[in-house]
Design a protein. Structure first.
Length: 122
């Protein structure tokens, strides 16, 4: 019985704890919002795809770049919507600023390691 439970638990873990693509992508978007809100620029960079960091030419100094880009930005990010289409996703986040909310968009792709990564900001 214990062996059967252990096997079942490992299968669930291997399948992303049974999360759907929608849930997995939404989790990455929420992690991004939490990291930005908390000033964890290293974590923000961990959520970016390698190709996105290359496109921005920030492979070596990503945390410093993100910190510079967000300095002076008022407001907390909150996830509004995440839409998945195969191996791509788009997300809308609201920034609650002193002048009211504004909308920020993210694009994500599922990479070869089956992890969702941020590939663009809008």
């Amino acid at each position: 019985m214990t062996t059967a439970i252990a096997c079942a638990a490992s299968l669930v873990a291997a399948a992303g704890c049974g999360e759907s693509d929608q849930e997995q992508a939404r989790e990455v978007v929420q992690d991004y919002a939490d990291a930005r809100n908390g000033g964890d620029f290293e974590q923000v960079c961990d959520l970016y795809s390698d190709s996105f960091k290359q496109e921005l030419a920030i492979e070596q100094n990503c945390p410093a770049f993100v910190e510079e880009q967000t300095s002076g930005a008022d407001g907390e990010l909150s996830v509004v919507d995440v839409r998945v289409n195969d191996d791509r996703a788009t997300a809308d986040l609201d920034v609650q600023g002193p002048d009211g909310p504004s909308r920020v968009g993210l694009t994500l792709e599922r990479e070869d390691d089956d992890e969702w990564r941020i590939t663009g900001l809008q």
